[in-house]
Ligand binder design. Structure first.
Ligand code: XLS
Ligand code: CA
Ligand code: CA
Length: 441
């Protein structure tokens, strides 16, 4: 059965195309720098938003027109799977991602849930044999079910800790079975509401123990996917332990886990933490911890996780700049952890949304590569920090100074001359590069 019958394969048609079912900028085969656009961007579809989400919000029921929704239980899971692979093929997308509960319904106990998962994973493996689309990552949903009310690995209830571990054990087995490139840990309820009833030290120690057991189990079964922590500062908990990359990195170092993990960075989580998307990517990159990306955007007027499809070219450019500077995403990718708006309820809106996101990042990629080729920002930095390439500055970075020498230098100064930071000029140059890419230059 075809779920998206009227829609054919999405092709690159170029800037002049008015076909809403074509890419205007994303040409997977186009060589940009040393790789093709497809190799740079490594796009992925998020199963939960695209096939499981129904458009409901705290104020209203679901709105999405999805023909598979007339089914229930395992029949629904199987229909969704069929629809998903039709969608992947038509969009020509190299990867997808899922949570355990997205693909198969929970049973009345863990054993039954695992049985449901086994059935769907078996079918998924069959689809993957005939498909070009691979698994970027899978993860466990350890936040929706009421048992996770007080958290999962940071729960006050040891039975819940055990249950969470069992779900991740299964997730790692599935990751291995399907050849996942990564395994993601997003601590949806790993945080707290109030210190009045929270033993933070025990919860953090337990999280550390939990991650070590996950590392050990992956080793035991020979699962070699990259482990990724996905930071988010809040929502659903008030205070989430993996607040941002910096605090997540400190946590990993404290518990001696830094060699086993990298970060999956989501744009909307960065902005919720009061950072820019590029700040989080940059912080991870300079510590060699950039693993993968959840490509979406928040609404500037709303203070929660709106998970919109990314269409902000400025942000996509600065993100791609970090990714190219990182030497690419390695085993990671750009996962559209994004949902169509509640009003965009037609099945074809799923295509429009992904096309918009893919075209936006393709522009970002081209502009970022051009900025790098022309040394635009490199020149800015070299000029701005030139005082560290000679004299006392060189001594500082080479560790050849102490407070005595620095005082001697300062006492000898007659005047201190600073340079302009040129922010407005730099932004104007960025605009110029963006418009040049738009004009196809
Ligand atoms: C929720 C998160 C979640 C993770 C995977 O805000 O973005 O979807 O990406 O559990
Ligand atoms: Ca995410
Ligand atoms: Ca999110």
């Amino acid at each position: 059965m075809a779920y998206f019958q009227e829609i054919g394969s999405i092709k690159y048609e170029g800037l002049q195309s008015t076909n809403p079912f074509a890419f205007k900028f994303y040409n997977p085969e186009e060589k940009i720098g040393d790789k093709t656009a497809e190799e740079h961007l490594r796009f992925a579809v998020a199963y939960w938003h695209t096939f499981t989400g129904d458009g409901s919000d705290p104020f209203g029921a679901g709105t999405m027109e999805r023909s598979w929704n007339r089914l229930k239980g395992m029949d629904l899971a199987k229909a969704r799977l069929e629809a998903a692979f039709e969608f992947f093929e038509k969009l020509n997308v190299p990867y997808f991602c899922f949570h355990d509960v997205d693909i198969a319904p929970e049973g009345s106990n863990l054993r039954e849930t695992n049985k449901n998962l086994d059935t769907i994973v078996g079918l998924m493996k069959d689809y993957m044999k005939d498909s070009e689309t691979k698994l970027l990552w899978n993860t466990a949903n350890n936040f929706t079910h009421p048992r996770f009310i007080h958290g999962a690995a940071s729960s006050s209830n040891a039975d819940v800790f055990a249950y969470a571990a069992a779900k991740i054990k299964k997730g790692l087995e599935i990751g291995k079975e399907l050849g996942a490139e990564n395994y993601v840990f997003w601590g949806g309820r790993e945080g707290y509401e109030t210190l009045l009833n929270t033993d933070m030290k025990l919860e953090l120690d337990n999280l550390g123990r939990f991650f070590h057991m996950a590392v050990d189990y992956a080793k035991e079964i020979g699962f070699d996917g990259q482990f990724l922590i996905e930071p988010k500062p809040k929502e659903p908990t008030t205070h989430q332990y993996d607040f941002d990359v910096a605090s997540g990195y400190a946590f990993l170092q404290n518990y001696d886990l830094q060699d086993h993990f990298k970060f999956n960075i989501e744009a909307n989580h960065a902005t919720l933490a009061g950072h820019s998307f590029e700040h989080e990517l940059h912080y991870a990159r300079i510590h060699n911890m950039l693993g993968s990306v959840d490509a979406n955007q928040g609404h500037p007027l709303l203070g929660w996780d709106t998970d919109e499809f990314p269409t902000d070219l400025y942000s996509a450019t600065l993100a791609m700049y970090e990714i190219i500077k990182n030497g690419g995403l390695g085993r990671g990718g750009l996962n559209f952890d994004a949902k169509v708006r509640r009003g965009s309820f037609k099945p074809e809106d799923l295509f429009h949304a992904h096309i918009a996101g893919m075209d936006s990042f393709a522009i970002g990629l081209k502009v970022a590569q051009k900025l790098i080729d022309d040394n635009v920002l490199k020149n800015v930095l070299e000029d701005r920090y030139s005082s560290y390439t000679e004299g006392i500055g060189l001594d500082i970075v080479q560790g050849k100074t102490d407070f005595h020498k620095l005082e001697e230098h300062a006492l000898g100064l007659t005047e201190i001359t600073n340079k302009s930071g040129r922010l407005e000029n730099i932004k104007a140059i960025l605009n110029q590069y963006l418009l040049k890419a738009y004009a196809g230059e």
